[in-house]
Ligand binder design. Structure first.
Ligand code: SF4
Length: 394
């Protein structure tokens, strides 16, 4: 037993690190898959869970266009295959030079994705320009199945309607759309209805974020560890109904994908039953096998984050500053910073350090830091105990 849980599905050792996953980890030593650039702090919204603590106007020290161009050149110098540059914020549409930056990336064959805020700035015309400029993906945040939850989170009345409209229009303009949803106490029961909405809209990629207590997010908003495990199981079920699901700051979804989970009892079991029954009712029976594929990224491993002022962090949720692109090479920081090396090599403490999934999962380094002040500590939201009922893989 692990607390109030029993362990199932783990007879024998689960697949650990096959050739494909090993190849990703080798690649991540040289180059991230994703470079997030917080192009500005400016944003017309002020969401309750905002990592960036976005504000209406740009802050002094924001990277200039020239500095942005240099950063893009650096990103290109990681070599082929080039990382995906995700232009985020704040709201990247608040940058007047956004399309110049995209053009520069195009010149250097750096693929670009954009994460705009849903605001009056996100017009059809802008979507058309994004599509025409070769943007690979646009991500949009949707935090509830209806306005009560989503608008509360976004603190803007009418935001839900605008978001659904923006998703529909972006798809009509031929953009690939990824919907981002933050799971928190208020929307956990809405997850089946959000899944149905996405399927109705024709969205195929659902990126499900979990809270890290940073920025405006506060601990009271977060779900409990056993609820994490329930939501992982639920998301695996969603993947059997035609939606590709990825998690952010809950890499232990991969452990669940690999077949090891901690079976909830009592309240947890009731929650799982309820979510699954509603999913069945709304989306019908499974149409395919559960999606077992994943890419083993986590904070600082295949992922790097550049803040508005050029400061570099392992991710947008882990406020341990590694350097600054105004004076240092992001390539050097990514490849050589001791903290990133430790995180990449799985030199963790506690349960994560003992866990056979530490290289494919490794826990949320950001959450470990937010709870303990040590980015190498265990992820407190994972209920898995590697010492429970089986040997530890060396
Ligand atoms: S103990 Fe850590 S490495 Fe293992 S599954 Fe949980 S979060 Fe991942």
């Amino acid at each position: 037993m692990v607390g109030t849980y029993s362990v199932e599905g783990i007879s024998g050792r689960p697949p650990y690190l096959d050739e494909k996953l090993g190849a990703w980890l080798e690649r991540f030593k040289r180059s991230p898959l994703l470079v997030f650039w917080e192009t500005t702090k400016a944003c017309p919204l002020a969401c309750r869970h905002c990592r960036a603590m976005a504000i209406p106007n740009p802050l002094p020290g924001e990277l200039t266009t020239e500095e942005g161009f240099r950063l893009i050149e650096e990103v290109a110098s990681f070599g082929d295959p080039k990382p995906l540059l995700v232009l985020t914020g704040g709201d990247p549409l608040q940058r007047r030079d956004l399309f110049d930056l995209i053009e520069k990336a195009n010149e250097l064959s750096v693929p670009v994705a954009v994460s705009p805020a849903v605001s009056p700035h996100l017009t059809r015309e802008v979507m058309r320009r994004l599509k025409a400029s070769g943007v690979k993906m646009m991500s949009v945040s949707l935090d509830g199945a209806g306005p009560e939850t989503h608008d509360y989170m976004r603190m803007v009345n009418g935001s839900f309607e605008s978001t659904v409209k923006a998703i529909r229009e972006a798809l009509e303009e031929g953009l690939r759309v990824q919907v981002n949803t933050v799971v928190w106490r208020r929307n956990v029961l809405e997850l089946p209805r959000i899944a149905r909405l996405l399927r109705r809209l024709g969205v195929t990629v659902w990126e499900v974020f979990f809270l890290v207590v940073t920025g405006r997010a506060v601990a009271e908003l977060d779900i409990r560890p056993w609820e994490y495990e329930v939501v992982m199981r639920f998301l695996l079920e969603v993947s059997r109904r035609g939606l590709q699901v990825r998690t952010v700051e809950a890499p232990f979804f991969r452990r669940v994908k690999l077949g090891s989970w901690v079976r909830p009892v009592g309240e947890g079991e009731a929650l799982l039953d309820r979510l699954q029954a509603e999913l069945n009712e709304l989306l019908g029976p499974p149409v395919q096998e559960a999606d077992s594929a994943f890419i083993p990224t986590r904070d600082g491993n295949g992922v790097i984050f550049v803040a508005y002022n050029g400061d570099v962090y392992p991710s947008g949720f882990l406020p341990v500053r590694l350097g600054n692109v105004k004076t240092q090479s992001i390539v050097g920081i990514y490849r050589e910073h001791p903290l990133l090396l430790a995180m990449r090599e799985g030199r963790f403490k506690g349960r994560c350090g003992l866990c056979e999934y530490r290289l494919v999962c490794g826990g949320s380094r950001a959450r470990a830091f937010s709870f303990t002040g040590d980015p190498l500590e265990s992820d407190p939201s994972c209920v898995y105990d590697p010492l429970d009922e089986r040997p530890v893989r060396p």
